[in-house]
Design a protein around this ligand. Sequence first.
Ligand code: SF4
Length: 451
Amino acid sequence: MAKKLTGLQIQKLLPKTNCKECGSNTCLAFAMKLAGAKAELVDCPYASDEAKAVLGAASEPPVKGVAFGTEKNIKAGEETCFYRHEKTFVNQTLIAININDTDSVKAIDKALADVAEYEIDRVGELLGIEMIAVSQKGSDAEVFAALAEKAWTTGKRPLILCSKDVKALEAAAIVVKGSNSLIGPATSENAEALVEIAKANGHALVVTAPSLNELVLLTAKIKDGGFNDLVMQFQTNSLAEHFQVNSLARKAALKDSYKPLGYASVNFIKDADFLNSSVTAINDICKFGGICVLPEFDKAQLVGLMALRQNIYTDPQKPIQVEPKVYPVGEPDKDSPVWVTTNFSLTYFIVSGEIENSGLSAWLVIPECEGMSVLTAWAAGKFSGASIAKFCKEVGLEDKVNTREIVIPGYVAQISGELEENMPGWKVIVGTQEAGDIESFVKAKFDKYLN
Ligand code: SF4
């Protein structure tokens, strides 16, 4: 098993001229980045062949990335952390919906339309389904290929083509060439043929084997043969076993740089029971699933999975933010009240939602706070009386409104004096600490603005 090299070990293989052309000040600094998978050896133009041979494998991402779609912008893999809080997860678990070539035309058309139309807006991000799995249950290669073509042209998403019939897979892979899809499963029996089909048509390959040991041998063999766009499918018999195997593979890839398991995984959920399929999908999203294939389209299930996935895969160091500006809530006019809060998406959406629910039309001032919540932004000096006043001046708030009252979050009551000092002629009203209390606050303070 190849051990991960330390920064000092890597530095010994570099030219040690500290020329800075790699973007780091010293070879040691660059070596430390390589060790942390935060740089690539190609950034050093003077790396020797020996360094490339030794470091080539060591500097590859521990989990190989694989990209799908015409633009190759749908990605799985490339993870560097075992736990999200260590840094961040990179590519979210892709969600796919399965259709079979034995399904009725009506059911297929409905599933494809549902997938194409499905989109939800959550805290300012549009969330949807990334892939469609097309499974061959019948025996007609032409029917399977025709369905693949239909799914690609109407679903407009990369596919996961699943069949045990090499000829059927080849026919389908050819008609969706350019979609950069995923085909398989490749086994020890058919891997050679499927690699050629995948290569010729620009697709990646699902690789499977009855045990982890056999899977390791197969991925290593395919990679040694020169093809490395692989996704692993584990053959497990229970949720617990799947969790265990997926965790073991990810740990081997990340902690021991074990390349034969350094791939994203795909899980085809067969059990259509709402609860069972939901729990399995949740496990995939939380625990290293690269692609999760749901047995059918179910809006009620998807909304929960999308929200969970967004939470798990949001970079904890880069909170989701909304654009700093003055937002209308409801249908405000020049005399409507003015509120202010931070540009952390969750804060913005909760506060604007509560103001709207109260029946009040208002202006909501959202200054730049680097996506921090109210107390964090205040503690970091990003949400002070001076900074809010400066932002209000920059956006020309006094020209937009006649009112000269501004509501601040209750948690930062202490900035009211500073804000009044910096906004001469304005009265600062201290609002509620909790957004849930906004409705009663509005009734008490802004009754005259309510219809
Ligand atoms: Fe060292 Fe290469 Fe970076 Fe120059 S480009 S500082 S030689 S690692």
